[in-house]
Design a protein around this ligand. Structure first.
Ligand SMILES: C[C@H]1O[C@H](OP(=O)(O)OP(=O)(O)OC[C@H]2O[C@@H](n3cnc4c(=O)[nH]c(N)nc43)[C@H](O)[C@@H]2O)[C@@H](O)[C@@H](O)C1=O
Length: 345
């Protein structure tokens, strides 16, 4: 049985990837930050008690800032595949917490790569790169486009990207950079713009909220559906040779298009409910991110099929359903959560 280790397993991508790998028959291990309250809401529905002889999902407390913990965990788990999805990924927040963001995203990746190198575990490594690294670089963006990051989050991702390449070339590690463009879902954090919009639409439709406050509606993003992207991540590690891949839909839209699609789907007039708030502006904005997914299509046989308007409908429907079943957060997973018991290592 193949074994995978996922950092960031409690996030949107980590939870979808864990589900996918369990379906593919893997034993899945995930890194979870210790907190005084449970933070595993996105994976509770697939969690099995570690004492169950059939359990294939194991959670381990640890942190990307703790390289020794990563080293000992890797040695104990001996995974075949490592997916580095952990991070402080909110761009606006990274301007307020640049050092913390760099510690997790840049140094955290270095800690993980060093842990792989020194534990001598024979594994393949996936680095969750971000289109944000392209920043000011002229669109459309390919694997060869210049990296010109415009935020602390993006500069940290660029460090992680180049460190991954150097470990591939210098230490003969099967290390891959996936460069994923924005990918969203009902599990997206509530402060990213798509989820903020879909949640607000549901609340406005239900008469629980009147206005949605947003920043700049003009930036263009290439939005896809997150469950499709984790399939792409997995495929990058199944190739004969390690390489870098753009994962994107190939179509860009301004934020305003997503706003319109979401409000339209609920039968609402967006213009009556959306207001501007300068607090959501960033010191430096990325004007346009647009990916060219041709290499992924050709080499991985991977293509994004859900485009922006359908994505908006999926997310609005999920948030409308979530309001109807308040208290259940991840409505696309209808099983009730069981509380996690951590593996004892
Ligand atoms: C690929 C990349 O994708 C994400 O970064 P992002 O593109 O910054 O995503 P977002 O959803 O925060 O913003 C999208 C756009 O929407 C504009 N916008 C307007 N008004 C609001 C607003 O009120 N909130 C937010 N969050 N954005 C707003 C905002 O200024 C920006 O132009 C991260 O996953 C990152 O880690 C990553 O890898």
């Amino acid at each position: 049985m193949k074994r995978a280790f996922i950092t960031g397993i409690t996030g949107q991508d980590g939870s979808y990837l864990a589900e996918l790998l369990l379906l593919k028959g893997y034993e899945v291990h995930g890194l979870v930050r210790r907190a005084s309250s449970f933070n595993t809401g996105r994976i509770d529905h697939v969690y099995q008690d570690a004492r169950d002889p059939d359990a294939r999902l194991f959670l381990h407390h640890g942190d990307m800032t703790d390289g020794v913990r990563l080293l000992t965990l890797l040695g104990a788990i001996a995974p075949d595949e490592v997916y580095n999805l952990a991070g402080q990924s909110h761009v606006r927040e990274s301007f307020d917490q640049p050092r913390f963001t760099a510690e997790i995203v840049a140094m955290g990746t270095l800690h993980l790569l060093e842990a792989i190198r020194h534990s001598r575990v024979a594994c393949r490594f996936y680095q969750a790169g971000s289109s944000d690294m392209f920043g000011d670089s002229a669109p459309p963006h390919t694997e060869l486009s210049l990296l010109a990051p415009r935020s602390p989050e993006a500069t940290a991702k660029a460090y992680a990207h180049w460190t991954t390449r150097n470990y591939r070339e210098g230490y003969d590690l099967f290390a891959v950079n996936g460069i994923a463009f924005n990918h969203e879902s009902p599990r997206r954090g509530e402060t990213f713009v798509t989820r903020k919009i879909s949640q607000a639409v549901a609340r406005i439709q239900a008469g629980r909220q009147d206005f949605l406050y947003l920043g700049d509606l003009s930036p263009v993003r290439d939005w896809g559906y997150a469950p499709e992207y984790v399939e792409g991540m997995w495929r990058t590690l199944q190739q004969d040779e390690p390489d870098d891949y753009v994962l994107a839909t190939g179509t860009g839209h301004p934020v305003q298009d997503f706003v319109e699609a979401a409000f339209d789907h609920a039968g609402l007039d967006w213009d009556r409910h959306v207001r501007f708030d300068e607090r959501y502006l960033r010191p430096t904005e990325v004007v346009e991110l647009l990916g060219v997914p041709d290499k992924a299509a050709e080499k991985l046989g991977w293509r994004a099929t859900v485009q922006m308007a359908e994505l908006a409908r999926i997310m609005v429907d999920a948030d409308v359903a979530a309001l109807e079943h308040e208290g259940r957060h991840w409505v696309d997973d209808v099983r009730l959560p069981t509380w996690p018991v951590l593996a004892t290592d």
